[in-house]
Design a protein around this ligand. Sequence first.
Ligand code: SAM
Ligand code: SF4
Length: 510
Amino acid sequence: MRALLRLASFAPRRQASSSRFLVDKFDRHHTYLRISLTERCNLRCQYCMPLEGVQLSKPSHLLTTPEIVKLVQLFAQGGISKIRLTGGEPLLRKDLPEIVGHLKGISGIRTIGMTTNGVTLHRTLSSLQEAGLDKLNISLDTLEERKFEFIARRKGLRHVLRSIDEAVQAGFTPLKINCVVMKGLNDDEISSFVALTKDKPIDVRFIEYMPFDGNRWNFSKFVAYKDMLSAIEASHGDVVRLENDYNDTAKSYKVPGYTGHFGFITSMSEHFCGSCNRLRLSAEGSLKVCLFGASEVSLRDALRSGADDAELMSLIGMAVKKKKAAHAGMFNISKSKNKPMILIGGLFSNLSIRLFSSSQLSHLDSQGKARMVDTSEKEITQREASARAVVHLGKSIYDAVKENNVKKGDVLSVARIAGISAAKATPSLIPLCHTLGLSYVGIEFHLREVDHSVEVVSVVRCADRTGVEMEALTAVAVASLTVYDMCKAMSKDMEIREIRLLYKKGGKSN
Ligand code: SAM
Ligand code: SF4
């Protein structure tokens, strides 16, 4: 099934900033500042926090409320109009309503949002609303009590669900729910999360799980948004793609007739550097201009050493001008500091995965860390690849397969399904393969009387930026192994030979 595209114009508009010091070399106007208010948290989410915990900064190293207000006044002069408060858990900051009130009073600040785990939200919801909080994101990855406790290493689902209901009733609509999707952990709940949008003005945003040192990232936990979308269409029927604003990080959809929406934050499979309008201020007062970049400038140190407004603006402006056109690709990000998510405060951090150390190879960076080739500049074209393998069965097995008389069942039908599934699973098996939206996987078997073998041939197609030869090869390899597995009770005297690519079409090498 296909997502129905609403054919309205897809020409999102960029929000302009009033002054140039927050405009970078690529004419990106920064209008959105995310502020981490604390490094502390009352949960211990596995994907955010390392098991051993994090080294907290000394309280005196954190920005005070007057310092935060001072810096936001300067950022507002540069065009920041939208603030998001995050953490750690922002609700742990005792003077939170006061901070919201001060920021709301700053000229130019139009919207104040907050991302929270929601555990204690019901206690302060009304005072936050009175202080001027406009938007709320509540993070929730599961609707099952025991799973919540497993993921967050703490109890609390009941409180979060209560906060969600109270926030909707208080008028925080659409209320955004951030759900980090991890294969084998909560990907079976995607459809239940979409069901929440049926009667409630809720916008569920499924977030692709991101790696960083300490969160036990591995490729097999990653679920690409296209797979999530297919799962949703399988359970809720055709969905409608909604228009997004220029700077939106989510791709938005809705099920026709449902009150709320859902969307995907595709930081892993498709990044959004070109329209990035975000800056980030850590709880220690460091400015990060790139979501994934390692460089930071300490505004706290500058403030505390007496820098005046002009000096601070110039420091911020210089950092913004250094912002790169795009980050290095999610699989290639492994620069100096590898902070856990909780210390960076939000959805987007600098990350690291260290798989190998070796000399310069195309899939390793200069420091010997694994990298996926960045294909974002490549053109999307039709791709096709075909591969083959031969399984030598011996006469008795050959006859049994030919007559479909093997005890375990229909060998070739099972092998065909295995090969198709394997082609689709290639990126989780072969670490640096790209996740592609396959449009077709076909597997054919040719029984060869002459040497009592079966030839397995695959054809795989997609429209994408990179080819499908690994998918074609994986398909025949796994289909052949399945033939072996189905027949091995009869004899182990079988051999899989000649796994090879037959051709690939599309792309540069054609
Ligand atoms: N404590 C608050 C919360 O949980 O909403 C705010 C801070 S939390 C770091 C902000 C957001 O980052 C949350 O929605 C969380 O789910 C998301 N996040 C944390 N680690 C992540 C990861 N490894 N991959 C994707 N999203 C992640
Ligand atoms: Fe805490 Fe939020 Fe990180 Fe979970 S995601 S540990 S709630 S900061």
